[in-house]
Design a protein around this ligand. Structure first.
Ligand code: UDX
Length: 470
C-alpha cells in the first residue's frame, strides 16, 4: 500500500513543446537536465515530428537508453501526412488543431502516467489550464521566444490603448515606441514582433500571440530561456506580472556545463558534415557562418543579394541552405558552381553549436531566431541580423542597440549593405564586436556555473516540482 502511494506521488513531469525545431530543441534540453536530476520525464512529440527525429538522428536510441527516466510519447497532430502543414510557415495550423483536439489525449496521459507537473509550451495558451486544476497538478509555461519579445506581447494592449499601435503603414516604421517599461524609446515600429505589421502574411495573428501570452498568467510558473545578466531590465518588468519566473538559459549551455559530453541534437534535417575539413583549414576567425534557422524561406533575389554581398566581402563563408529554403533548385546549383572553394561553401544542415564553437568562425549572419542568438552569445560570436518573423525583429534590435554584439540589417537585402556589414563585423570593427561578444559569453558562462543565476534557478525549479508533487 505504501509503495503504491509513494509511486503515485513521485514527481513525474510531462513536457509538451510546439512541434517546431527551435521549440523542441530547447524544451528537450530541459527534459534532459531534469532526467539527469533523476526526475521522471515524459516528452510528448507529435507523430510527424517524432518520425523526423528518428529519421535524422542516429543517436536517438542511444539517447533513450542513456536516460531511463526520460520517455518519449507521441500524439497525433490531426493532419494527414500527405497534406501536412509541416513545421514552418504553416505551423499555426498545427498549433490550432492541437489546441482544438489535443486535450482528451493529454488527459489520458496525465491519468495513465500519473503526471504531477506539466511543462507546456506557452504558445499553446490555455490548452492544459483546466486539466491542471482538475487534477490538482502544477502547470508551468515555457516560452521559447526571447524575454524582450514576450514582454512586447504583454505590452501590446497598452500600446493599442495609447495609440502607439497599430502601425500606420510603411512610412510609420521608424516611429519610436515610448510606452514600453524597461525598453522606453528603444524600439521603432519596425523592431516590434512581426505580428504587429499589418501586411504580414502569417496565419498566426497579433491577437493570437497576445492572448496566448496573457494565458500564461494562469500557469503556476513561467520558464524563459534567458539569463539574468542579459535581460535584467526586462525581467524585472516581467516579474511584476509573473512573480514565479525561472530564467534557466542558455539551456544548452547549462546542459553542457552539467554533462560535459555532447548532447542529443534533435535535428529535423539530415546533418551534413562535408564542411569539416574545409573549416578546419581556414585561419582563425576568418569565416562568416550564415544560417537563417529552420523555417525562414528565401526569395530568389534575396539569395542573390546575400550571395553577392558575401562574394564581394573580404572574408570566406559557410552558408546553410536548407532543402526547403529555396524553391528553385537551379539557384542552388548556380551558387555552388559560382563559389570557389577558397571563398565559401554551401551546406544543407550542420550541427550549429559545433560550427559556432569552431575557431575559424568569426561572425554569424543570422535570422535572429532565439536559439541561434543564444548559441552565438555562448560562443562569443558577433552577429549580423537579418530577421524574418516573430521575435526575430526584437532580438535583432537588442543585438545591435542593447547588447552591442552585432549589427541589424532588418528590412534591407542589398549586396552593398551585406558587403559593408560583413567587412565591419569581420574586419574594420572586429575588435569592438569581438570584445563585447566575449564579455557577454563570459556572463552566459557565469550564469550556468555553480551559484550562477540560471544554475540556482534550475535547482529551485527542481525543488518546486518535487515539493508540489507531495
Ligand atoms: C523560430 C524562431 O525564430 C525562434 O525565435 C523561436 O523562439 C522559435 O521559432 P527557428 O527559425 O527554428 O525558430 O530558429 P532558432 O530559434 O534559431 O532555432 C533553430 C535551431 O536549429 C537552433 O537551435 C540551431 O542550432 C539549429 N540549427 C540551425 C542546426 O542545428 N543546424 C542548422 O544548420 C541550422
Amino acid at each position: 500500500m505504501e509503495t503504491l502511494s509513494k509511486e503515485k506521488f513521485s514527481p513525474h513531469v510531462l513536457i509538451f513543446p510546439c512541434p517546431a525545431q527551435g521549440h523542441v530543441n530547447s524544451m528537450l534540453k530541459l527534459a534532459e537536465l531534469l532526467a539527469i536530476q533523476n526526475l521522471h520525464v515524459t516528452f510528448l512529440n507529435t507523430e510527424y515530428i517524432h518520425k523526423r527525429l528518428i529519421r535524422f538522428n542516429d543517436d536517438i536510441q542511444a539517447f533513450s537508453e542513456c536516460y531511463p527516466m526520460l520517455e518519449f510519447k507521441t500524439i497525433s497532430d490531426f493532419h494527414n501526412e500527405e497534406e501536412h502543414p509541416g513545421f514552418g510557415e504553416r505551423i499555426g495550423d498545427v498549433i490550432e488543431s492541437l489546441s482544438l483536439y489535443g486535450k482528451p489525449f493529454l488527459r489520458d496521459i496525465i491519468v495513465s502516467e500519473k503526471i504531477t507537473c506539466i511543462i507546456l509550451d506557452g504558445i499553446f495558451g490555455d490548452l492544459a489550464t483546466d486539466l491542471a486544476s482538475e487534477f490538482g497538478i502544477q502547470l508551468i509555461h515555457f516560452r521559447t521566444i526571447s524575454a524582450c519579445c514576450f514582454w512586447a506581447y504583454i505590452c501590446v494592449p497598452k500600446l493599442l490603448e495609447c495609440n502607439e499601435l497599430p502601425i500606420r503603414g510603411e512610412e510609420d516604421m521608424d516611429r519610436i515606441i515610448r510606452n514600453m517599461p524597461g525598453m522606453e524609446n528603444l524600439l521603432r515600429c519596425r523592431d516590434l514582433p512581426s505580428f504587429c505589421r499589418e501586411n504580414q502574411k502569417n496565419p498566426i495573428t497579433l491577437d493570437y500571440v497576445v492572448l496566448r501570452s496573457q494565458q500564461s498568467l494562469k500557469a503556476n510558473a513561467l520558464i524563459l530561456n534567458t539569463f539574468e545578466d542579459l535581460d535584467f531590465s526586462i525581467l524585472s518588468q516581467i516579474r511584476l506580472h509573473f512573480p514565479k519566473l525561472y530564467t534557466l538559459g542558455p539551456l544548452h549551455h547549462l546542459l553542457n556545463a552539467t554533462k560535459k559530453t555532447s548532447s542529443f541534437k534533435s535535428n529535423f534535417f539530415k546533418v551534413d558534415r562535408t564542411w569539416m575539413s574545409w573549416l578546419d583549414s581556414q585561419p582563425l576567425k576568418s569565416v562568416m557562418y550564415v544560417s537563417f534557422g529552420s523555417t525562414t524561406p528565401m526569395k530568389r533575389q534575396e539569395v542573390i543579394e546575400i550571395w553577392h554581398g558575401l562574394l564581394n566581402s573580404k572574408t570566406q563563408f559557410l552558408w546553410v541552405i536548407r532543402p526547403n529554403m529555396v524553391q528553385e533548385k537551379g539557384l542552388l546549383k548556380m551558387l555552388e558552381e559560382g563559389t570557389s572553394k577558397e571563398k565559401g561553401l554551401t551546406v544543407e544542415w550542420v550541427p550549429q553549436d559545433e560550427v559556432l564553437a569552431h575557431k575559424a568562425i568569426g561572425a554569424f549572419l543570422t535570422h535572429s531566431g532565439w536559439n541561434s542568438t543564444l548559441e552565438s552569445i555562448v560562443c562569443g560570436v558577433p552577429m549580423i541580423c537579418w530577421p524574418y518573423f516573430a521575435d526575430q525583429q526584437v532580438n535583432s534590435r537588442f543585438v545591435s542597440e542593447v547588447w552591442k554584439i552585432g549589427l541589424d540589417m532588418k528590412d534591407v537585402c542589398d549586396r552593398n549593405v551585406v558587403e559593408k556589414m560583413v567587412n565591419d563585423v569581420m574586419v574594420d570593427r572586429k575588435d569592438e564586436f569581438l570584445g563585447s561578444s566575449m564579455k557577454m559569453a563570459e556572463l552566459a558562462s557565469k550564469s550556468v556555473s555553480p551559484s550562477g543565476s540560471s544554475y540556482n534557478n534550475f535547482h529551485d525549479l527542481i525543488q518546486f516540482i518535487k515539493l508540489t508533487a507531495l
